[in-house]
Design a protein around this ligand. Structure first.
Ligand SMILES: [Zn+2]
Length: 247
């Protein structure tokens, strides 16, 4: 059975039998994998501290072509989301991991998705404010999935949206000006569109230096929620957790 070594992000785990765990992880080079970590639920296990969602690890695993599940040999943590000390940030960890899991296809390499998850993890660990980071993550995740609608010009008349705001007509159709969509109020105000430009142009570290106006943040969050629910055909499970945290 061939043995593979890779850098990976842990996406989620669940219990298997008495002492084991199934681990879903995103490798940098070979896409999403599912594997068995034998003995992972024992108090002294070689996987201790390595299997929290969003942990970046070095893994090695055995893979048999005919089997869906690989067998984890070891996982060594390189960066843990638990390095973030802000309780609000920790509340978002499950949300980021869940969306990565939803977006990643089995055994379909997607290095850009891996890099997005890694960048968000680094920013969390460095103490970047988590709410702007969540908007950044959603923006780029939807872009990588190819489902972020054009937001700079009206989908109907082609006018620039920057001055008067943008209305989300239907998630799959894109943004229109208020005139074309016959609405009094834009879903994204000019302030929200300006912040969206920062999300598109800056790195997570650069973003930490640009204050997010609270109203703009709320507008972008609502639009992203609509786009995510439309694409995945359901609301992320972690949204409920975030609501309970008051996010
Ligand atoms: Zn228009």
């Amino acid at each position: 059975m061939p043995l593979y070594s890779a850098e990976a992000l842990i996406l989620r785990t669940y219990k298997l039998a008495e002492a084991d765990r199934i681990v879903v992880f995103l490798t940098r080079d070979r896409g999403k994998k599912r594997g068995v970590a034998r003995g992972a639920r024992r108090s002294r296990s070689r996987f201790t501290g390595a299997l929290e969602p969003l942990t970046r690890v070095n893994v090695s695993y055995f893979e048999k072509e005919t089997r869906e599940l690989v067998s984890l040999d070891y996982a060594e943590p390189l960066r843990s989301p638990l390095a973030a000390t802000d309780p609000e940030a920790l509340g978002y960890v499950g949300y980021f991991a869940e969306l990565l899991d939803e977006a990643a296809q089995d055994a379909d390499p997607n290095e850009r998705l891996f890099r997005l998850g890694g960048a968000v993890l680094e920013a969390l660990a460095a103490g970047s404010p988590v709410v702007p980071l969540a908007r950044y993550f959603e923006f780029w995740l939807l872009r990588l999935l190819g489902v972020y609608p054009p937001w700079r010009v009206c989908v109907t008349c082609g006018a620039s949206l920057a001055a008067n705001g943008a209305c989300l007509v239907k998630p799959h159709e894109g943004f229109a000006c208020c005139h074309c969509s016959r609405r009094d109020r834009a879903d994204l105000s000019p302030g929200a569109l300006a912040y969206l430009r920062s999300l598109a142009e800056l790195s997570p570290e650069g973003l930490a230096a640009v204050p997010m106006p609270p109203a703009a943040g709320r507008e972008i969050a609502a639009v992203h929620r609509a786009l995510i629910s439309a694409h995945f055909e359901r609301e992320p499970r972690a949204n409920r957790v975030l609501r309970e945290l008051g996010a």
